[in-house]
Design a protein around this ligand. Sequence first.
Ligand code: ZN
Ligand code: ZN
Length: 673
Amino acid sequence: MHVWGKPSLTHLRFLSTLRIIPNNTSLYFYCTASKNPSKFKDDYIKLCSKGSLKEAFERFNTQIWSDPSLFSHLLQGCIPKQSLTQGKQLHSLIVTSGLSSDKFVSNHLLNMYTKCGELQTATALFDVMPRKNIMTSNILIGGFIQSGDLELARKVFDEMPERNVATWNAMVIGFIQFEFNTEGLDLLYQMQRLGFRPDEFTLSSVLRGCAGLKSLELGQQVHGYVVKSGFHSHSCVGCSLAHMYMKCGCMGEGEKVFEGMPIHNIVACNIVIAGRAQNGHSHGVLDQFNLMKMAGFKPDQITFVSVISSCSELATLGQGQQIHAQAIKAGADSAASVRSSLVNMYSKCGCLDDSVRAFSESKDLDIVAWSSMISAYGFHGCGLEAIELFEQMEREGMEPNDVTLLGLLHACSHSGLKEQGNIFFGLMIDKYGVKPRLEHYTCMVDLLGRSGCLDEAEELIRSMPVKPDAVIWKTLLSACKIHRNTEMARRIANDVLKLDPEDSAPYVLLSNIHATAERWGDVSEVRRAMRERNVKKEPGTSWFEVKNQVHQFCMGDRSHSKWKEIDLYLKELTIEMKEYGYMPDTSSVLHDMEVEEKEQSLAHHSEKLAIAFALMSTPSGVPIRVMKNLRVCNDCHLAIKFISKITVREIVVRDASRFHHFKDGQCSCGDYW
Ligand code: ZN
Ligand code: ZN
């Protein structure tokens, strides 16, 4: 009969503070040889790693042991299911069998407590542990970092008489993870000075930290270090470097790192695809997607999210549908993130019904999916549906975040639901605990402006706690245009131009406002200012997709192969429209042209060309979807209403700010955009 050691008094006392009462059966721990020790050990380890703790325990109690290391398997087995009760039972067993001074066993015990989130107990245990090594402190540091308590992690770190490379790595990763970047980098340099080499995982994590902060400067510093220390050829470091550059908007640098990587894997491909998508290089996304498939990589959920979101940027429905089909084939379409991007894509391509389908077929709806669907309703002018969905979401116990609320406010403003919008805005801080960002204020200015409360809107901009940008002023400027408030427009335009003197939009808006009021002198003045400052108006471009081919039209552009037919079709259509009462709205055209010339220039606006071509190339009755890079002009808006009535077609136009659903001579925007 053999007892490993005497149960130490300190540890017995410690057990009682944890309210663990040692039972008699565990008071002594015998050591005799088992009949078939190795088979027994194998079975036992299997039970532990499977998490079958009860069975493992039974064996543990009935069998007789010779190997204290077997405690570790059982302690490890407690972690996945956070089985604290069993963990404490083991603790008792360890103490009563006199093993509490065994470094190996007590480190495993400490690890069990930290991984089960019992940091207080872990700290107390740490304090009474007679023999500690570097590993002991590392375990506790890991626990503190995991719980976000960097101060305590730092304290343990500072008190360590000796550290190893794992200690340093854990500290660097921890500090960067919680955005204490200066401290994290300081530690990185310190460890290097002391001769510890950070490993590839530490460097990857540091780079990801830089990416999260979009701190190019920091990222470049780490890049320099990576090259010096020879880690740039490690695939995970290369991926993080490319990711960092792309997150910071440096596409070229990111691509260069990607090209320089010795081997490409799915992670690297996904990083390039996501980087291109985030930086608006949507065409490049599809190219890389095809390349990666040709190279034999199987796209996963992450790939599909980026590729689908690029299709929504390009608003290419055909392509989007194809990718959707591929996602189904790859079994990736049920993932929540893929679902949300499908909701977005269909909405942005003008197919609200398909968005609703993608949303309602989802099983696990997360907040991103709900927010996407609320925004989709908003984009399409279905404010009431958006509110209804929001209320349903609340009933299901989901808490809205700033993105959800932004979508909701958008929906209210796009549908002219002033009162509801005001109420939700008021509840943002008090009920939902979300601080409004500039975007939320911009929504409110849009909402107030639309309903003609221009002074209230201006007051909101001047009194809000965030600094106004050009976008919010332009929103108010558009409202001035619609409500024909020339005085305010002039004042606001000055503010906008100060913020962004190169932007043509405020000049164009201001010139249109003056033109509507027939103040030709002022119009000339604005145009002169534009010439003097060399501000060029971005040319209007519209596009339409048919049979997977995108047809693009610029204003007055005669390069399309069917140009003659389109022109003729538009001429005939205009004659018919005029019979129905259409009067071209020439107010936004340069006034020094002849009337006929003005009408001619309006007739060749890009959206009219695209719509004419779409009507010609699709069977009657099929809804058509046209995208435009700028806001649709007054005359085109008016004309499309007539076209929808005459041709009995549903016409969906996505312009720079929203969707217009034209049907039977009406538009869903209610003539406010
Ligand atoms: Zn137009
Ligand atoms: Zn409209």
